[in-house]
Design a protein around this ligand. Structure first.
Ligand code: GLU
Ligand code: ZN
Length: 484
C-alpha cells in the first residue's frame, strides 16, 4: 500500500480559481498515480473572507472535473474533522505544547504598538517584523500582564541562530538564516489559529506526505519548516507549483476573463478537456504531447516534470482541446450535452431535431454554448431579417426577390423535404433559369430560411426545419423585401 497522502486545502472564499484547481489536479494525479490518498481539507479559519456556499462551490468544481477525494468534510475519514474551524481545540492544545516547551511565547503587544513599530522599522529601512519585546519577559513580568487581563497572541520563538534548509521538489533547496525569520503569530487573541499553525498541525496530524501549493506561499515556507521543527516533527515533502498567468504574463485574474471552472462548465467545456488543459499548465510529459486522456495523465504524471516558471493560460488552446474532445463524443452524447443550452434559450426544443442536427456542427463548435447560435433558427418561430444580408453582396433587391420567388415555387412542389439531392438540383435549375450564380441564389435562400449568411448546410437545415416552416419563411422574406 502506498503511503502517499496529498491534500487540497482551499479556503472557502468563492468559486475556486482555475489556478487553484490546477494544483488540486496535480494532487489528485499524484495520489492516483501512486495509489495514495487525496484529501480535501477546508481552511476556513479566516472567517472574514468566507462566503456562504464556499464549500459547495469547491466540491462542485472538483466533482465537475472528476477529482474525487478519499477523505473530506462530506465523506469523513480517519483524520477528521476536515474543516479547520471544527479543529480549534486541536490548535489550541498544540500551541500550548509549544508554550510549555518554551518554543512559543505569549505576546501582549497592542495593535497600536505593533503598527508604530512597523512604521519605525520602515522609516529606518529595516524589514518589518516583530521586535520580540515580549519574548524575554521574566515569569513575573508575564504574570503581571496576565493579571491585567491583557489580550495576547502566541508567537513562535524562532531560533536566533543557525540556518535552516528548505527542500522544495520543484524549486530545489534553499538555505535561510533563522535570524531572518519573523516570530510569527500562531494563535490569535480570539483563540483562532493563524494559517501557519493550522496548516502545519494538520499536515502533520493528517500524515500528509507531499504538500503542493501555489508559489505565493514560498515566503511562508521557512515559517512552516521552523514550526515543524519546533514540534519535533518530520517535514513533509513540499513543492511550490507555478502560478497560472494571463497572456500578459501577469497572474491570472478576473480581468483576463473567466477564472472559475464552474464558468467554464456553464459555457460548455468538457471536464476531460479542462483536465487535459490544466495538467499542462506547469507540467509536461515531453516537448510535443498535448492530448492526454485522464488515464494517461494518471499513468504519466510525475513530480519531477513540474515546471517552475509561470504557466500561461492560453484560452485558444483550451478551445482547441475542447473541440477535440467534443469530436470524440457520439452524436447522442453531443445532443444530450447541448440540449440544456437550447432548453434555456427556447421554450421546448425538440430533442429529436437536435439529435439530427448535431452531426452538422460537431466539427465547428468549440464549446456547447456555441451550438445555440448555429441552430437557433431551428427553434425560432420567426427569424429576423437584415435587408443587407437578405439582398446580399452580388444582388439587388429585385434579383434577390426573384431568387426567393423562384426558390419558393421550386420548394412548394415537394410534398416532403426528405430528398435533399433533388431539392438542391431543382433549386440549381431555378437559379440557372434566372441566370443568377448559385452562391448568390443559395445565399439569399439561406438568409431567408436561417436569418444568417453562415449556417450548417442548407438542404439538411431545410429538411430539419420542415416544409411548412421553410415555405412560410421564404414567403415572409419576400414580403419583407416588398415592404422595406
Ligand atoms: N488555504 C490555503 C489557500 O487556499 C492553502 C495553501 C496550502 O495548500 O497550504 O491558498
Ligand atoms: Zn509583544
Amino acid at each position: 500500500m502506498s503511503n502517499v497522502r496529498v491534500r487540497f486545502a482551499p479556503s472557502p472564499t468563492g468559486a475556486p480559481h482555475v489556478g487553484s484547481l490546477r494544483t488540486a489536479l496535480f494532487d489528485w494525479l499524484w495520489a492516483r498515480h501512486t495509489g495514495g490518498k487525496f484529501i480535501l481539507r477546508v481552511e476556513d479559519t479566516d472567517q472574514k473572507r468566507e462566503v456562504e456556499n464556499g464549500l459547495e462551490l469547491i466540491m462542485d468544481s472538483l466533482r465537475f472535473l472528476g477529482l474525487d477525494w478519499d477523505e473530506g468534510p462530506d465523506v469523513g475519514g480517519a483524520y477528521g474533522p476536515y474543516v479547520q474551524s471544527q479543529r480549534l481545540p486541536i490548535y489550541q492544545t498544540h500551541a500550548k505544547i509549544l508554550l510549555d516547551h518554551g518554543a512559543a511565547y505569549p505576546c501582549y503587544c497592542t495593535p497600536e504598538r505593533l503598527e508604530q513599530m512597523r512604521r519605525d522599522q520602515h522609516a529606518r529601512g529595516e524589514p518589518t517584523r516583530y521586535d520580540r519585546r515580549c519574548r524575554d519577559y521574566s515569569a513575573q513580568e508575564r504574570a503581571a500582564h496576565e493579571r491585567a487581563g491583557e489580550a495576547r497572541v502566541i508567537r513562535l520563538a524562532v531560533p536566533r541562530e543557525g540556518k535552516t534548509t528548505l527542500h522544495d521538489f520543484v524549486h530545489g533547496d534553499l538555505t535561510i538564516a533563522n535570524k531572518d525569520v519573523d516570530d510569527q503569530v500562531l494563535l490569535k487573541s480570539d483563540g483562532f489559529p493563524t494559517y501557519h499553525l493550522a496548516v502545519v498541525v494538520d499536515d502533520h496530524l493528517m500524515q500528509i506526505s507531499h504538500v503542493m501549493r501555489a508559489d505565493e506561499w514560498i515566503p511562508s515556507f521557512p515559517k512552516h519548516v521552523l514550526l515543524f521543527q519546533a514540534f519535533g516533527w518530520d517535514v513533509p515533502l513540499h513543492g511550490h507549483v507555478p502560478d497560472v498567468l494571463g497572456a500578459d504574463k501577469k497572474k491570472l485574474s478576473k480581468r483576463h476573463g473567466a477564472t472559475s471552472v464552474l464558468q467554464y462548465r456553464d459555457e460548455g467545456y468538457l471536464p476531460d478537456a479542462l483536465v487535459n488543459f490544466l495538467a499542462r499548465l506547469g507540467w509536461s510529459y515531453d516537448d510535443k504531447t498535448e492530448i492526454f486522456s485522464r488515464a494517461e495523465l494518471v499513468e504519466k504524471f510525475s513530480l519531477d516534470k513540474i515546471e517552475h516558471a509561470g504557466a500561461v493560460f492560453d484560452a485558444a488552446k483550451l478551445d482547441w482541446l475542447n473541440g477535440y474532445y467534443i469530436r470524440q463524443l457520439s452524436d447522442d452524447a453531443l445532443a444530450a450535452q447541448v440540449l440544456p443550452y437550447f432548453a434555456r434559450a427556447f421554450a421546448q426544443p425538440d430533442p429529436a431535431i437536435l439529435r439530427e442536427a448535431v452531426p452538422f456542427i460537431k466539427d465547428r463548435i468549440k464549446k456547447f454554448s456555441e451550438a445555440v447560435s448555429l441552430f437557433d433558427f431551428l427553434f425560432l418561430d420567426e427569424v429576423k431579417y437584415d435587408p443587407q444580408l437578405l439582398i446580399g453582396k452580388g444582388l439587388d433587391a429585385a434579383s434577390a426577390r426573384a431568387a426567393l420567388v423562384a426558390a419558393h415555387g421550386t420548394l412548394e412542389k415537394f410534398s416532403a423535404f426528405n430528398d435533399e439531392e433533388k431539392m438542391e438540383a431543382d433549386l440549381r435549375a431555378a437559379a440557372d433559369g434566372l441566370q443568377i450564380k448559385y452562391a448568390l441564389f443559395f445565399g439569399a435562400l439561406r438568409v431567408a430560411v436561417t436569418g444568417k449568411t453562415v449556417s450548417p448546410p442548407l438542404a439538411p437545415s431545410m429538411r430539419l426545419l420542415g416544409r411548412e416552416q421553410v415555405l412560410k419563411r421564404v414567403a415572409r422574406a419576400i414580403n419583407f423585401l416588398d415592404n422595406r
